[in-house]
Ligand binder design. Structure first.
Ligand SMILES: Cc1cc2nc3c(=O)[nH]c(=O)nc-3n(C[C@H](O)[C@H](O)[C@H](O)COP(=O)(O)OP(=O)(O)OC[C@H]3O[C@@H](n4cnc5c(N)ncnc54)[C@H](O)[C@@H]3O)c2cc1C
Length: 533
């Protein structure tokens, strides 16, 4: 295949396919090149409320109505029941000690529950990426994108006004010429290799590794006595202490514990447990090099068993679990290049940098990058004779890396706080404040107030996030109040409230109280939007 296009995109994960669809809608003749074939396994499954609203806004702006239902659980289930999806009502964290069963403390100091949506209909989702990516690439093809799978790219020549990528497909040569090249091939992907852009890493960030798979037979924590919450709200005077949670206990939590991104947190790392509706659960650990060495993480399955043997309540959750695929070991999780764009080329955020799955930052960062790149394409007005303006691409690249650096500072702080869960819970409020503020600002149509991820463009907020990092700041009695003061301008969700004792439901009254922080928004508008639609 030899062809001239306006835009070539390498990599057909959800990012590449969505970018290709948008470009094609904007009048760019787009080629999308993939080395593998769909459907195929991919990691990066837990979305977030910000991801949901970004999908909605991209679908509306670029007339992609068939993509819009993926923005929330209810519309997804009604429209595409066969595309694998899980319910993510919130973010659940349990703090574990070695060789000790988890026991929820009465003051809830070893757990944190933060709701992300008021009900299942509007809920966030986990994406079964094999299904989602397959669906999106088919949508891209239907939109007119030229799709080449099974293609092994070998070289990139950048000269004059065109990039030329060459490779082979089923033994035949492939040559694609385009004035603009977008790399959507993930960390250490096509451009990084072709242009020899190594992993520069993040300053002050811990070295971490991951081990993960998909499983069947993973228990719900709600079904495991260890995780039952036996605090004073549930146990009335004179009543015998409960060994197992009842449905009442579960209803008292802000949302069902397991219909969430469920995290087990321990010294040296954390574990994710994400349930899909088809009985499959994604689970994995992200740990420091030190803990990885102790577990001998490279061993795969045996390392997983060694890990479970340290934490009895997690082992109980996985007692009947069976992996449905080989374990994947990632000897280095984080990735960052020095340059994410220049004249004639750009990387999507996921090709430029990756930090850690904690707080599900990868999908929204990728979508923010797609949104920015789409605006650049809009401004270039499908002009095939010139490459997209150099200045726009350079500033796109700078913002992409600045957002990654800011996020890495935050995640590094979280790793430092894992051994001190109260500090982790307090510090996590930077994320929840920025995320809920951005989501609501976008829902109310004041996007400029939520321009950068994790409040990165708000100097005071970003400075406090860095200054109060648990890497630098030992916990003291004033720590939680210092965080509360710092997030106050973005706190529209009633966060940092000691009376809530680490359980944060979605409460529209909190949002109405926080309305003035969104500036131009009237209380009435805000109140209506508080219902989310
Ligand atoms: C362990 C782990 C867990 C994660 N969990 C989460 C999470 O829960 N939530 C979240 O928001 N983010 C998560 N992420 C991040 C998330 O995976 C990425 O943000 C997301 O996958 C980016 O999507 P993408 O389509 O841009 O790239 P990818 O999903 O990486 O897709 C890249 C595509 O490019 C193709 N490709 C690669 N090289 C070439 C080449 N040379 N030529 C042609 N094609 C190529 C690949 O085959 C693939 O199809 C996680 C990441 C990791 C590593």
């Amino acid at each position: 295949m030899i062809g001239d296009f306006d835009l070539a995109i390498v990599g057909s994960g959800f990012g590449g396919s969505l970018m290709a669809m948008i470009a094609q809608r904007l009048g760019y003749r787009t080629a999308l090149v993939e080395r593998g074939r769909h459907p195929r396994f991919a990691i990066g499954e837990s979305a977030s409320p910000l991801a949901g609203i970004l999908i909605e806004q991209l679908a509306d702006r670029y007339q992609l109505p068939r993509i819009r239902p993926l923005s929330a659980y209810g519309s997804w289930q009604r429209t595409y029941p066969d595309i694998g999806c899980g319910l993510k009502r919130g973010f659940t964290y349990f703090r574990h000690e070695r060789q000790q069963p988890y026991r929820a403390s009465a003051d809830r100091q070893n757990q944190l529950l933060v709701a992300a949506s008021p009900n299942d209909e509007l809920s966030d989702t986990h994406w079964l990426r094999s299904d989602v990516d397959d669906f999106l690439v088919r949508e891209a093809i239907a939109a007119g994108v030229e799709y080449l799978d099974d293609t092994q790219l070998e070289t990139l020549d950048r000269g004059g006004r065109c990039s030329v990528i060459r490779g082979r497909r089923h033994g035949a040569p492939v040559v694609i010429r385009a004035p603009l090249l977008i790399d959507a091939s993930g960390p250490n992907g096509f451009i990084s290799r072709a242009m020899n852009l190594p992993n520069r890493g993040f300053a002050g960030y811990p070295n971490t590794q991951a081990l993960f798979s998909h499983f069947t037979g993973v228990e719900r924590c709600e079904e495991i006595p260890d995780f039952a919450w036996r605090g004073p709200c549930q146990v009335r005077a004179g009543e015998p202490d409960k060994a197992r949670p009842t449905i009442d206990d579960i209803e008292h939590t802000p949302y069902p514990l397991d219909d969430a991104a469920l995290h087990h947190v321990f010294d040296g790392g954390w574990m994710w447990v994400l349930r899909f509706g088809n009985g499959v659960t994604s689970a994995g650990v992200a740990v420091t090099d030190e803990f990885a060495a102790e577990l001998k993480l490279a061993d795969g399955g045996p390392a997983w068993q060694r890990f479970l043997s340290l934490y009895p309540s997690i082992a109980a959750q996985f007692s009947a679990a069976q992996p449905t695929r080989e374990f994947t070991w990632m000897p280095r999780l984080s990735w960052r290049v020095d340059r994410a764009a220049d004249a004639g080329w750009a990387m999507l955020p996921s090709a430029a940098a990756f930090i850690d799955p904690l707080f599900s930052t990868g999908i929204p960062l990728t979508l923010l990058g797609i949104e920015r790149m789409a605006r650049i394409l809009e401004l270039a007005n499908a002009d095939v004779t010139t490459s997209a303006p150099r200045g726009s691409l350079e500033s796109y690249g700078a913002v992409t890396l600045a957002e990654a650096d800011h996020t890495a500072r935050f995640i590094a702080g979280c790793y430092a706080a894992f051994p001190r869960f109260d500090q982790f819970a307090a510090y996590s409020m930077f994320y929840f404040a920025a995320a809920s503020f951005s989501e609501m600002a976008r829902r109310l149509g004041v996007n400029s107030r939520a321009a950068r991820f994790l409040g990165g463009d708000r100097p005071a907020f970003a400075e406090s996030l860095a200054r109060l990092s648990p890497q630098l700041h030992a916990p003291d009695p004033g720590y939680a109040s210092a965080v509360a003061r710092s997030i106050e301008p973005l706190n529209i969700a009633g966060l940092c409230d000691p009376a809530k004792r680490n359980w944060y439901p979605v409460d529209t009254r909190d949002m109405v109280r926080g309305a003035r922080k969104l500036g131009t928004v009237s209380f009435q508008t805000f109140s209506l939007a508080g219902e989310y639609r």
